[in-house]
Design a protein around this ligand. Sequence first.
Ligand code: G3P
Ligand code: CA
Length: 229
Amino acid sequence: MNDMFLKMGHRGAMGYVAENTMEAVQLALELGVDGVEVDVHVCGSGELVVFHDFTLDRMTNGSGEISKWTLSDLKQLKVDSAFYIPTLEEILNLVGDKYLVNIELKCKSTALKTCEVIQEFVKTKYWNYSNFLVSSFQHGELEQVFRIDKAIPLGVLTEANLIEAIAFAETINAWSIHPNYTLLTSENVKYAQAKGYKVIAWTVNEMTTIKRMKQYGVDGIISDKPDIL
Ligand code: G3P
Ligand code: CA
C-alpha cells in the first residue's frame, strides 16, 4: 500500500451501476480509482459472495437470508434485474493486482474463508498482501483474521466513536480506521494519524464534503461516485 491519497469506489461504483456487481467494479476501475470497496457474506454452500444486505429482497428477485442460499441458486438470481451476484474470487480476478481491494466482512464466519482466499491469491497468483485491506464493524471477525494471518492489513469501521475504534485498532495492529465522515474533525484525523493509523472516510458523495475531508487530511475516501474524488 502506498502513501498517496486513496480514491476508493464504494461497492464498486454504486452511484452509477448496481452495487457489488462485476459491472460496478469494472466501471470503478475505468473511472480511475486506486481501489474498490466490496462487501462479503458467506452463502449456504460456504463460498464468499459479494453482496451488501443480509437478505436478498432489496437488490434481487430472490428473498430471504443470503446465508441460506447455495452459490448455484444465488447465481440464478438477477441483481437489479440485470446483473449477477459475484463471488469474491470473481471480483479479485476482475480487479487484478494493480489495485487495492477493501473487503468488508459483513457477517460472522467470514474471517476464515477470507483469509483462505487472500492467501490463495498471494501464493498462487503472486498478489501482495498490500493489495488487500480487510475491514469490518464486527470486531470478532477482525480479531480472527489477526489470529490467522498477521500479514493481512486490517481496517476498523466505525459510525459511532473514533476513539473506541482506535482503542480496538491497537489490539489488532490495524492499518487503518474507517469512520463515517460525519465523525471527523481536523483534530481527530490528526490524532488517529499520530497514533499510526490511516484514516479512510466513508461514504462521501458531495463535492463540498470531499473538499472538507481533504482539508482534514484524510488518507482516503470511499465514494459511490469515485470519479469526483
Ligand atoms: O466500508 C464503508 C462502508 O461501506 C460501510 O457501510 O453499509 O455501506 O457497507 P456500508
Ligand atoms: Ca461496505
